[in-house]
Design a protein around this ligand. Structure first.
Ligand SMILES: CC(C)(COP(=O)(O)OP(=O)(O)OC[C@H]1O[C@@H](n2cnc3c(N)ncnc32)[C@H](O)[C@@H]1OP(=O)(O)O)[C@@H](O)C(=O)NCCC(=O)NCCS
Length: 160
């Protein structure tokens, strides 16, 4: 696969993001287009793009004490090729440059989402609490990562 690019989203990508979301989550978890438009205007939506195609997205929210990752998904057909890993790694680099005071990153993940939990463990996110029925019938796990100077990987080998 060709090189990944890490880009700030603009409105022209909204349909691509919504399509990826529709194939990635239970319908009750879909966000409204307005939600994504807001992330775009606040510049909190990042894309992984390959050959001009949006293949993954990530939203983050800065808070006073921490940054949360609120949304992350990879397009079907591009999974298990390092897209989500690249998105998180690139965000960590960006946070180090732009939000250098941020010491903690948090996210929620469904308790039965072993794939995503495995991804987060690669970045040393640690489970901190279980939130019962956080996703409707499904429990959620709060995971947290302490940011250090070497939180991201400098070299990523793109999978083929
Ligand atoms: C979870 C998700 C974002 C992973 O995206 P991806 O681009 O396929 O992930 P990557 O290729 O970057 O894989 C990185 C790591 O994730 C884990 N992983 C990814 N796919 C996996 C699978 N099918 N089985 C087990 N682990 C998997 C592995 O730890 C992997 O590292 P490795 O390749 O060294 O084993 C993707 O499966 C997805 O969009 N799922 C639906 C939406 C979702 O669950 N989002 C997370 C919400 S919290």
């Amino acid at each position: 696969m060709n090189a990944f690019s890490f880009l700030i989203a603009d409105r022209s990508c909204l349909d691509d993001i919504l399509l990826i979301e529709r194939y990635s989550f239970y319908p009750e978890l879909y966000k409204s287009p307005r939600y994504y438009k807001r992330q775009i205007s606040f510049k909190r939506l990042r894309l992984c793009v390959v050959d001009g195609e949006v293949v993954g997205y990530l939203c983050f929210q800065p808070h006073k004490q921490y940054v949360s990752i609120s949304d992350l998904a990879t397009k079907i057909g591009y999974r298990q090729k390092g897209v989500a890993f690249y998105l998180i790694n690139s965000l960590l680099k960006e946070l180090q440059n732009s939000y250098s005071k941020v010491k903690t990153i948090r996210l929620m993940v469904a308790a039965d989402n072993d794939v995503a939990q495995s991804l987060y463990r690669k970045f040393y996110f640690i489970p901190k609490a279980v939130r019962k029925q956080y996703y409707g019938k499904h429990d959620g796990i709060l995971m947290e990562k302490i940011v250090t100077n070497c939180s991201f990987y400098n070299r990523i080998v793109t999978k083929h």
